[in-house]
Design a protein around this ligand. Sequence first.
Ligand code: MCN
Length: 821
Amino acid sequence: MTTQVQQERFVGKALRRKEDPRLITGRATYTDDMSIPGMLYAAIVRSTEAHARITSIDTSEAKQHPGVAAVFTGDDLEGVEAPIPMVWAPPGVEVKVPEHWPLAKGKVGYVGHAVALVLGTDKYGVIDAAEKVIVDYEPLPAVVDVEKALEDGSPVIHEEYGTNKCFEWSLGGGDIEAALNEADVVVERRVVNHRTAGGAIECRVHLADYRAGNLTLWSSTQIPHILQLLLSLQLGMSEEKIRVIAPEVGGGFGSKLQCYPEEVLVCWAARKLGRAIKWTETRSENMTTTHHGRDQVAYVRMGAKRDGTLTGIHSRIIQDLGSYHLIEGPVIPCLGAFVMSGPYKFPAVQTDIVGVFTTKFATDAIRGAGRPEATHMIEMCMDQMADELGMDRLELRRKNFIPKDEFPAELPLGVIYDSGDYEGTLDKLLEHVDVDAFRKEQAELRERGVYRGIGFSTWVEICGLAPSRVVGPGGFGLQAGYWESAQVRVNPSGTATLFTGSSPHGQGHETTFAQIVADRIGCTPEQVEVIHGDTDMGPFGMGTYGSRSLAVGGESAARAAEKVRAKASEIAAHLLEAAPEDIELNDGKYQVRGSPDKAMGLADIAGAAYIPEDLPEGMEPGLSEQTFYDPENFVWPFGAHACVVDVDVETGKVDIVRYVAVDDCGPAINPLLIDGQVHGGIAHALGQALFEQVVYDEDGQLVTGTFVDYALPTAAELPSFETDRTETPSPTNSLGVKGIGEAGTIACSPTVTNGVIDALKPLGVTWIDMPLTPMRVWQTIQEARGSGTGPRATEQGTQVDGHGSGSAGSGPTAPSEGGAS
Ligand code: MCN
């Protein structure tokens, strides 16, 4: 089989998305558009307490409500064979996994914890009935501060463990203490990365139907096949009896990469009652019980020699996990540990993580999942270090970049960066951003009382999840493989159908994957129908998240298409009386090399394959091939971002003047889609940096239950982004591609935060934590003006000052309780 494409007609072209006409004309089908005769609607009674024992639940009045068919509580869950699964945790350490049932059994651990399920014939009637369920609670103390949760004397959420500490895990390479000891300057910072929501436009909807022993779940999920497998374990049903379909999903951003209690409940109840059941999430439920992300406090130490040579970086991360896990919460901060070197040559790197229970909802994978947090720490500290050394921020970065000619580069952590040209993306960024001219403009503006600043980040990401030998049971502990599947079927008329195990929910795979297949088999993208998100169609798949789909699923599609092309070439050679190696694919025709008149199109070849009167000796009829592709390595995209901000020092308001992103995700399959992904990714992180925050009060009540309170920005709050690319192929896959779906999110938050600090330096501001709300910025300015204290670095052997972030509580030294080994 050859993997060489003789001619790319569609790959690399900025084609418009095939999926857009149906989406923008309202012709797409979401789960909530569907109904089944006899269907019941579900409403969920949720805990109003953050932490409490349930002393009684009275469902009698609710059951009398007109149209109510059934009301269930945790005691009724016979047939749910296992608690909500947690399938991915750091390996080699004990991770505490409290039992998390789809309906609470005896105790609640977060506001919104499902307590009862109400089913009825009327969509609104079930909500009225749910209000008639009377739950008595014996309140227990809430635990909302992740650092206090580790202190002696803190209320313990899961009494059986006697502690709120869930796990400790470390990843390192090199001798970190020696590295920091030999540094001339050590910068120490406490970095707070606050809790955020996924904020998908469409809330979750789950519709289950059980007929003749077969269960079908239509769900707004990113992982239909994995969900099918998990449901089979939950419900004690054989996998092939369960079909999961993801119709239009409406965005996920990681928040639909899950096996949610509601998904289990509708399936269980549909089986129990023999009726279809639909649950539609409200926005406030989405904010409360669709998983959150980030929420960690990190203590970072970065060391360097006086000349700017970095010696090491150590971070101790305290991760707020909420009170119960969903499928992979504990692993999220650990993913960040793999990129704690950033694009730099740190001789020693160490990350120690402690996961902590609090009485909040679970944190889990939200766009970037651990890597934005890590990049924020590194890039904030790089600027701090440059200031301490009196060195230019970009010069410090350049001095420490892993040079282009050292790839593939094995890092002290043991990971191998596949390819990179970090100078290249920074150089290209500086073609767009004239820093000298900016500094002149900045000085002039300052004279007029305008505080303008510029921030940068140079970043690297691990994605394209991933080699099973690294991520799976023998490696990082996931009880699964991490390949992706594809089947390319050429139909008798010469059009094609691609079945992919990837499960897009906004990423445009129907377009990009069709471009890849079309080039490889000799048709147009319009002639390639991409089928995804249905466990009854095509081979088993692993879904879409972790910017894995193109590098793993797209490569799988390319490989299946190459197999098809190899067979098509053999058929063409046979019919054109030539040797198979003399057949080349030119402009959509299989032709004999050097004889353009001896050529056949795919339709003719397909006809010959399906009406097998004259096939090569021993060849099977048909033209359809399947691949499972398990990559040898991750892929490591990278880039350089810059952000120009104006800060109104009277009000604290931050305005983004310019945002420029230069990213490298290998050769573009579709530059238009890459731009869209980068735009969306930046919007996600700009939202976090400036506005968005999930806030719980001290009683564990969620106070940001709407988009207004949560402050999700709209297009009106965001600037026009300027994007550019370099293309450094990855040697990991034949397409040379790397992921781009999370790039903007990973790069952006330190870029804008560094920009704000740059603008406010004349006022003595040297540090600020997100979100950079007017209040936070204004307070930070007042504190700097008042005390002049900001964080300091140590010349070796001297004491470190406190932090000027305005964050209450601890200084820069991590509390010893819960200290990772
Ligand atoms: N692409 C390309 N050329 C490249 C690299 C990527 O044309 N060299 C294209 C791909 O073909 C694909 C898109 O860019 O169409 C994103 O590809 P990839 O980086 O492989 O990411 P995934 O498809 O696996 O998407 C997952 C990623 C993640 S992890 C989150 S979170 C996220 C994101 O994508 N959630 C999204 N982008 C989103 N976009 C939308 N609209 N909605 C979400 O929920």
